[in-house]
Design a protein around this ligand. Structure first.
Ligand SMILES: O=C(O)c1cc(C(=O)O)oc(=O)c1
Length: 310
């Protein structure tokens, strides 16, 4: 059944809706696990999509997100502002304030935001801002504006989440390494997994993490990065094998600086929509011991998003 987008919106042509009725994961995540990268979309009738957006999704509400959390066995979420909402953080904030303290957030803000509004975001549970450099998702924002935002949010103890493609890392290196906060990379900086894991492109990413202990990585989105599959569908227990060496390398070399998230509701997938239960079954392929799994799913996200509970 295709899912709606409410309000005055029409979904982007070819939009793939999130997976209905995901399987129950075989891998039982440790108690207190955090889905540290997921989004809400609208609903458009309540929280309109931003005029400057590059895509219009189907709705994906907070209730649907939290039902998925419970189904998959997770305890908490980090809700990351999706680009289809621009710098209007209301849908994300609404999800946080209705989470009973079980969700924190990452916002998108402009230089024009007031200190009072930053403070309100903090009170709602926001702990980071997202800077996006993926050209198909956002228009360019000048670096001096981003650096000014980074300096302001540093005072709140927040971090910066960056999203970019592997080929752009050399050009962005100086800016990223000058950021004054903890820096969290979305989806391992989108490596081209058809290239060798020990080749120059991924080595540059590893060097970025090695040389800069403030840099963390989400080892998420195998469904976006995989070229060869197999897909997380129809009970597949060994999905996205071509992504495994990349994610495992990051988890094993930087066990205290990695996060994992579903990326539900998976914006802009072109090829297939994964069964989120089977995505959870991908985790033990990349974090192969109970200790690594607990760091990835519990200890690291708790340290970053709920430090007061440590
Ligand atoms: O690759 C993407 O299309 C994508 C988009 C968004 C977003 O629109 O916020 O977030 C993601 O994590 C990934």
């Amino acid at each position: 059944m295709t899912k709606p987008t409410s309000g005055d919106f029409t979904k982007t042509a070819g939009w793939l809706d999130w997976f209905e009725g995901p399987s129950k994961p075989r891998f039982q995540v440790p108690a207190g696990s955090v889905d540290a990268h997921c989004h809400v979309f609208g609903p458009g009738a309540e929280f309109p999509y931003a005029p400057e957006r590059k895509y219009t999704p189907c709705d994906a509400s907070k209730q649907q997100l939290y039902a998925l959390r419970d189904h998959l066995g997770f305890a908490r979420n980090v809700v990351v502002q999706a680009t289809c909402h621009g710098a209007d953080n209301r849908a994300m904030v609404d999800a946080l304030v209705h989470s009973k303290g079980k969700a924190r957030g990452v916002a998108t803000v402009r230089r024009s935001i007031s200190d009072e509004d930053l403070q309100s975001l903090h009170e709602a549970g926001v702990r980071g801002v997202r800077f996006n450099f993926v050209k198909r998702l956002v228009d360019f924002t000048p670096k001096d504006e981003l650096m000014e935002i980074a300096a302001r949010i540093q005072k709140l103890g927040w971090h910066v989440v960056i999203y970019f493609e592997a080929v752009d890392l050399p050009d962005l290196w100086d800016f990223f390494t000058a950021l004054p906060t903890t820096v969290v990379v979305d989806h391992m900086g989108r490596p081209d997994v058809s290239k060798p894991v020990d080749g120059p492109e991924f080595e540059l990413f590893l060097k970025f993490m090695r040389q800069h202990p403030n840099v963390w990585s989400k080892v998420s989105c195998p469904e976006r990065l995989s070229v060869a599959g197999p897909k997380a569908l129809n009970g597949e227990q060994a999905a996205y094998q071509d992504v495994v060496p990349f994610a495992r390398k990051v988890v094993e070399e930087f066990p205290d600086r990695v996060l994992w998230g579903t990326d539900w509701p998976h914006p802009n997938l072109k090829d297939h929509m994964p069964d989120d239960g089977l995505l959870v079954d991908f985790i033990p392929h990349i974090a192969t011991t109970a200790e690594l799994q607990k760091k990835l799913l519990v200890d690291n996200p708790m340290r970053l998003y709920w430090p007061e509970e440590n």
